[in-house]
Design a protein around this ligand. Structure first.
Ligand SMILES: N[C@@H](CCC(=O)N[C@@H](CS)C(=O)NCC(=O)O)C(=O)O
Length: 206
């Protein structure tokens, strides 16, 4: 059976578990990271030299980097649905996966890190304010793109939405001044009502 290392509340791990839950792929998850440790053991470092989660092992094949794992599992188990067979639709989904990692998450991370991971007396509220402003700008771009689309790559849920899910869950659940964006809000409602999302992604934030 597919083995997955990572604590359940890690955003990068959640991409993998949401995908598995969405397609009914059985997996055995091993807690690792933060309070669970494991990631600094020599055994784990042999699997993943970065000492980060998630890592998977599938029939002897070891893979880390959450977006690469999502692409691999979607291609293997969900061709025609999460892994679009049309090259252009797939490139569209793929592009948003990279955009989420390279643009949305770095913009939002200071907001999350200060408000959730940092004790109140040590928070840098200037970073929160700047991060919140930039996040609003970046989300407005996504909102414009989502006009007339049910999901990021068209009418079907794809790996593009899977990569976004855990990050936008934080955006929605960390207490900061979020803009109201009609297309983005409707898309978030659409993905967050899915039973697999509720099971794998909608976990307590703190
Ligand atoms: N680019 C990597 C980033 C992995 C990453 O930063 N994982 C975080 C959790 S979301 C981590 O392992 N943090 C240390 C820990 O949990 O101990 C990926 O997408 O897999």
């Amino acid at each position: 059976m597919l083995k997955v290392w990572g604590r359940a509340n890690s955003s990068n791990l959640k991409k993998v578990t949401w995908l598995c839950e969405e397609i009914g792929l059985p997996y055995n998850r091993v807690d690792a990271g933060m309070a669970f440790g494991v990631v600094n053991t020599p055994e784990y470092r042999k699997l993943n030299p970065n000492g980060l989660v998630p890592t998977i092992e599938d029939e002897g094949f070891v893979l880390w980097e959450s977006n690469a794992i999502v692409r691999y599992l979607a291609a293997k188990h969900a061709a025609g649905t999460l892994w679009p067979t049309d090259l252009k639709v797939r490139a569209d989904a793929d592009r948003w996966m990279d955009w989420c990692t390279s643009t949305l998450w770095p913009t939002f991370r200071p907001v999350f890190w200060n408000l959730i991971r940092t004790p109140e007396d040590k928070r840098n509220m200037k970073e929160v304010e700047e991060g919140a402003k930039k996040t609003a700008e970046v989300l407005a771009r996504l909102d414009g793109y989502l006009a007339g689309r049910k999901f990021v790559a068209g009418d079907q849920l794809t790996m593009g939405d899977i990569a976004f899910g855990p990050v936008v869950y934080l955006v929605q659940n960390v207490p900061f001044d979020r803009p109201k964006l009609a297309n983005y809000d409707a898309w978030y409602a659409r993905i967050s009502e899915r039973p697999a999302f509720r099971k794998a992604v909608a976990l307590p934030v703190a």
